[in-house]
Design a protein around this ligand. Structure first.
Ligand code: ZN
Length: 255
Protein backbone atom coordinates (compact mmCIF):
# COMPACT_ATOMS: atom_id res chain seq x y z
CA UNK A 1 0.00 0.00 0.00
CA UNK A 2 3.06 2.26 0.19
CA UNK A 3 3.12 5.15 -2.29
CA UNK A 4 -0.63 4.87 -2.81
CA UNK A 5 -2.81 7.62 -1.43
CA UNK A 6 -4.98 6.34 1.37
CA UNK A 7 -8.27 8.20 1.76
CA UNK A 8 -10.34 8.09 4.96
CA UNK A 9 -12.80 5.64 3.42
CA UNK A 10 -10.02 3.22 2.53
CA UNK A 11 -8.52 3.37 6.01
CA UNK A 12 -11.97 2.85 7.53
CA UNK A 13 -12.62 -0.15 5.30
CA UNK A 14 -9.32 -1.68 6.34
CA UNK A 15 -10.10 -1.16 10.06
CA UNK A 16 -13.75 -2.27 9.68
CA UNK A 17 -12.56 -5.45 8.08
CA UNK A 18 -9.78 -6.17 10.58
CA UNK A 19 -12.01 -5.47 13.60
CA UNK A 20 -15.13 -7.10 12.04
CA UNK A 21 -16.90 -3.90 12.99
CA UNK A 22 -20.18 -4.67 11.21
CA UNK A 23 -20.76 -7.70 13.44
CA UNK A 24 -21.36 -5.57 16.54
CA UNK A 25 -24.51 -3.94 17.88
CA UNK A 26 -23.07 -0.79 19.38
CA UNK A 27 -24.08 2.48 21.05
CA UNK A 28 -22.33 4.55 18.39
CA UNK A 29 -21.39 4.30 14.72
CA UNK A 30 -18.11 2.40 14.27
CA UNK A 31 -15.75 3.44 11.50
CA UNK A 32 -15.50 6.77 9.70
CA UNK A 33 -17.41 9.38 11.74
CA UNK A 34 -16.12 12.60 10.18
CA UNK A 35 -14.82 12.52 6.60
CA UNK A 36 -12.44 15.33 5.65
CA UNK A 37 -11.87 13.56 2.31
CA UNK A 38 -8.13 14.26 2.19
CA UNK A 39 -5.36 11.64 1.82
CA UNK A 40 -4.01 10.31 5.10
CA UNK A 41 -0.31 10.32 5.85
CA UNK A 42 -0.32 10.89 9.59
CA UNK A 43 -2.75 9.64 12.24
CA UNK A 44 -3.11 10.68 15.86
CA UNK A 45 -4.59 8.00 18.12
CA UNK A 46 -6.22 8.61 21.50
CA UNK A 47 -8.67 7.00 23.90
CA UNK A 48 -11.26 9.75 23.39
CA UNK A 49 -11.58 12.40 20.67
CA UNK A 50 -11.29 15.29 23.13
CA UNK A 51 -10.46 18.86 22.15
CA UNK A 52 -6.94 18.27 23.56
CA UNK A 53 -6.44 15.34 21.19
CA UNK A 54 -7.79 17.40 18.27
CA UNK A 55 -5.49 20.32 19.14
CA UNK A 56 -2.53 17.91 19.25
CA UNK A 57 -3.53 16.54 15.84
CA UNK A 58 -3.69 20.09 14.43
CA UNK A 59 -0.25 20.89 15.90
CA UNK A 60 1.17 17.66 14.44
CA UNK A 61 -0.44 18.36 11.04
CA UNK A 62 -2.20 14.99 11.18
CA UNK A 63 -4.81 14.03 8.61
CA UNK A 64 -6.86 11.72 10.80
CA UNK A 65 -7.69 10.92 14.41
CA UNK A 66 -8.42 7.34 15.42
CA UNK A 67 -10.02 6.75 18.81
CA UNK A 68 -11.95 4.30 20.98
CA UNK A 69 -14.52 6.89 22.10
CA UNK A 70 -15.76 8.94 19.17
CA UNK A 71 -18.99 10.90 18.82
CA UNK A 72 -22.71 10.42 18.04
CA UNK A 73 -23.63 8.19 21.00
CA UNK A 74 -27.15 6.78 21.12
CA UNK A 75 -29.49 9.19 22.88
CA UNK A 76 -27.24 12.26 22.78
CA UNK A 77 -28.63 15.49 21.28
CA UNK A 78 -28.05 15.58 17.50
CA UNK A 79 -27.22 19.29 16.91
CA UNK A 80 -23.57 20.09 16.26
CA UNK A 81 -23.44 22.86 18.84
CA UNK A 82 -21.54 23.59 22.05
CA UNK A 83 -18.64 21.28 22.86
CA UNK A 84 -19.48 18.86 20.06
CA UNK A 85 -19.88 21.69 17.55
CA UNK A 86 -16.48 23.10 18.43
CA UNK A 87 -14.79 19.70 18.15
CA UNK A 88 -16.28 18.97 14.72
CA UNK A 89 -15.56 22.51 13.50
CA UNK A 90 -11.92 22.05 14.58
CA UNK A 91 -11.71 18.75 12.68
CA UNK A 92 -13.22 19.95 9.41
CA UNK A 93 -11.52 23.36 9.35
CA UNK A 94 -8.20 21.53 9.63
CA UNK A 95 -9.02 18.73 7.17
CA UNK A 96 -8.83 16.05 9.85
CA UNK A 97 -10.99 12.93 9.56
CA UNK A 98 -12.25 11.03 12.60
CA UNK A 99 -12.46 7.27 12.89
CA UNK A 100 -13.80 5.56 16.00
CA UNK A 101 -14.11 1.94 17.09
CA UNK A 102 -15.92 1.17 20.31
CA UNK A 103 -17.02 -2.42 21.10
CA UNK A 104 -15.03 -3.92 18.19
CA UNK A 105 -11.90 -2.50 19.82
CA UNK A 106 -12.84 -3.80 23.27
CA UNK A 107 -13.42 -7.30 21.97
CA UNK A 108 -10.71 -7.93 19.38
CA UNK A 109 -8.66 -11.00 20.39
CA UNK A 110 -5.31 -9.42 19.39
CA UNK A 111 -5.50 -5.61 19.57
CA UNK A 112 -8.59 -5.39 21.81
CA UNK A 113 -8.55 -3.52 25.12
CA UNK A 114 -9.26 -6.70 27.08
CA UNK A 115 -6.62 -8.70 25.22
CA UNK A 116 -3.96 -6.04 25.87
CA UNK A 117 -5.03 -5.57 29.50
CA UNK A 118 -4.86 -9.32 30.12
CA UNK A 119 -1.40 -9.42 28.56
CA UNK A 120 -0.20 -6.51 30.72
CA UNK A 121 -1.41 -8.30 33.87
CA UNK A 122 -0.11 -11.80 32.98
CA UNK A 123 -3.63 -13.16 32.62
CA UNK A 124 -4.56 -15.76 30.05
CA UNK A 125 -8.00 -15.30 28.52
CA UNK A 126 -9.80 -18.65 28.51
CA UNK A 127 -13.33 -17.69 27.54
CA UNK A 128 -16.22 -15.26 27.50
CA UNK A 129 -18.06 -13.81 30.48
CA UNK A 130 -21.25 -14.39 28.51
CA UNK A 131 -20.58 -17.70 26.74
CA UNK A 132 -23.25 -17.16 24.01
CA UNK A 133 -21.57 -14.00 22.62
CA UNK A 134 -19.94 -14.38 19.21
CA UNK A 135 -17.44 -11.58 19.90
CA UNK A 136 -17.19 -11.47 23.69
CA UNK A 137 -16.79 -7.99 25.12
CA UNK A 138 -16.02 -9.36 28.61
CA UNK A 139 -13.71 -12.27 29.28
CA UNK A 140 -12.70 -14.85 31.82
CA UNK A 141 -8.99 -15.20 32.37
CA UNK A 142 -6.79 -17.38 34.51
CA UNK A 143 -3.44 -16.88 36.15
CA UNK A 144 -0.93 -18.69 38.34
CA UNK A 145 -2.17 -18.48 41.95
CA UNK A 146 -1.28 -14.99 43.18
CA UNK A 147 -2.04 -13.14 46.41
CA UNK A 148 -4.56 -10.41 45.71
CA UNK A 149 -2.23 -7.86 47.33
CA UNK A 150 0.52 -8.79 44.85
CA UNK A 151 -1.94 -8.60 41.97
CA UNK A 152 -2.94 -5.08 43.03
CA UNK A 153 0.74 -4.08 43.07
CA UNK A 154 1.05 -5.43 39.53
CA UNK A 155 -2.01 -3.46 38.36
CA UNK A 156 -0.61 -0.27 39.93
CA UNK A 157 2.77 -0.79 38.23
CA UNK A 158 1.45 -1.68 34.79
CA UNK A 159 -1.34 0.91 34.59
CA UNK A 160 0.52 3.62 36.55
CA UNK A 161 -2.55 4.10 38.68
CA UNK A 162 -3.65 2.67 42.05
CA UNK A 163 -6.94 0.79 41.59
CA UNK A 164 -9.89 1.07 43.97
CA UNK A 165 -10.20 -2.30 45.72
CA UNK A 166 -13.43 -3.64 47.14
CA UNK A 167 -12.52 -6.68 49.17
CA UNK A 168 -14.88 -9.59 49.49
CA UNK A 169 -12.32 -11.56 51.46
CA UNK A 170 -10.54 -13.48 48.68
CA UNK A 171 -6.84 -13.79 49.55
CA UNK A 172 -5.56 -15.59 46.48
CA UNK A 173 -6.80 -15.55 42.91
CA UNK A 174 -6.59 -17.87 39.90
CA UNK A 175 -9.66 -16.86 37.88
CA UNK A 176 -10.45 -13.27 36.96
CA UNK A 177 -13.31 -11.62 35.10
CA UNK A 178 -12.06 -8.79 32.92
CA UNK A 179 -13.76 -6.05 30.93
CA UNK A 180 -12.25 -2.63 30.26
CA UNK A 181 -14.05 0.70 30.64
CA UNK A 182 -17.42 1.22 32.26
CA UNK A 183 -18.36 -2.44 32.64
CA UNK A 184 -18.69 -2.55 36.42
CA UNK A 185 -22.17 -4.07 36.22
CA UNK A 186 -20.80 -7.23 34.63
CA UNK A 187 -19.46 -8.11 38.10
CA UNK A 188 -22.53 -10.27 38.76
CA UNK A 189 -21.83 -12.35 35.68
CA UNK A 190 -18.19 -12.69 36.73
CA UNK A 191 -19.36 -14.01 40.11
CA UNK A 192 -21.78 -16.41 38.39
CA UNK A 193 -18.90 -17.69 36.26
CA UNK A 194 -16.85 -18.49 39.38
CA UNK A 195 -14.26 -15.71 39.31
CA UNK A 196 -12.64 -14.65 42.62
CA UNK A 197 -11.89 -11.21 41.21
CA UNK A 198 -13.44 -8.93 38.63
CA UNK A 199 -11.57 -6.03 37.08
CA UNK A 200 -13.00 -3.18 35.06
CA UNK A 201 -12.53 0.56 34.75
CA UNK A 202 -15.15 2.35 36.79
CA UNK A 203 -17.01 1.82 40.04
CA UNK A 204 -20.56 2.70 41.04
CA UNK A 205 -21.97 2.85 44.54
CA UNK A 206 -23.84 -0.40 43.88
CA UNK A 207 -20.67 -2.22 42.78
CA UNK A 208 -19.43 -2.31 46.38
CA UNK A 209 -22.55 -4.07 47.66
CA UNK A 210 -22.54 -6.52 44.77
CA UNK A 211 -18.89 -7.43 45.35
CA UNK A 212 -19.33 -7.96 49.08
CA UNK A 213 -22.61 -9.84 48.84
CA UNK A 214 -21.53 -12.14 46.00
CA UNK A 215 -18.08 -12.79 47.49
CA UNK A 216 -16.10 -11.51 44.51
CA UNK A 217 -13.33 -8.94 44.93
CA UNK A 218 -13.44 -5.92 42.64
CA UNK A 219 -10.76 -3.66 41.22
CA UNK A 220 -11.75 -0.41 39.52
CA UNK A 221 -8.62 0.26 37.48
CA UNK A 222 -9.76 3.39 35.62
CA UNK A 223 -11.86 3.66 32.46
CA UNK A 224 -9.15 5.60 30.63
CA UNK A 225 -6.29 3.50 32.06
CA UNK A 226 -7.86 0.21 30.96
CA UNK A 227 -8.56 1.48 27.44
CA UNK A 228 -5.20 2.94 26.45
CA UNK A 229 -3.87 -0.38 25.18
CA UNK A 230 -6.23 -1.26 22.35
CA UNK A 231 -6.00 1.94 20.35
CA UNK A 232 -2.20 1.95 20.63
CA UNK A 233 -2.00 -1.65 19.43
CA UNK A 234 -4.30 -0.85 16.50
CA UNK A 235 -2.15 2.20 15.70
CA UNK A 236 1.02 0.11 15.64
CA UNK A 237 -0.64 -2.41 13.33
CA UNK A 238 -1.74 0.36 10.93
CA UNK A 239 1.77 1.79 10.92
CA UNK A 240 3.23 -1.63 10.05
CA UNK A 241 0.54 -2.70 7.59
CA UNK A 242 -0.24 0.54 5.75
CA UNK A 243 2.97 2.50 6.17
CA UNK A 244 1.26 5.50 7.75
CA UNK A 245 2.75 7.60 10.55
CA UNK A 246 0.87 7.01 13.78
CA UNK A 247 1.34 8.73 17.12
CA UNK A 248 -0.58 8.13 20.36
CA UNK A 249 -1.54 11.20 22.37
CA UNK A 250 -2.46 10.59 25.99
CA UNK A 251 -4.99 13.08 27.33
CA UNK A 252 -4.77 11.91 30.94
CA UNK A 253 -7.99 11.20 32.81
CA UNK A 254 -8.20 9.95 36.41
CA UNK A 255 -11.66 8.42 35.84
ZN1 ZN B 1 -14.78 3.08 27.12
Amino acid sequence: MLNTQIYPNTLAQWCDNYLQANEFNDYCPNGLQVDANTPIRKIITGVTATQNVIDAAIAEKADAILVHHGYFWKGEPAPLTGMKGKRIRSLLQNNISLLAYHLPLDAHPIVGNNAILAQQLDLEIIGALYPHEKHPVGNIAQCEPIAITDFITKVSDKLQRIPTHISAGNKQITQVGICSGGAQDMIEQAATMGCQLYISGEISERTTHTARELGIDYLACGHHATEKGGIQALGTLIEQSLGLKVRFIDDPNPA
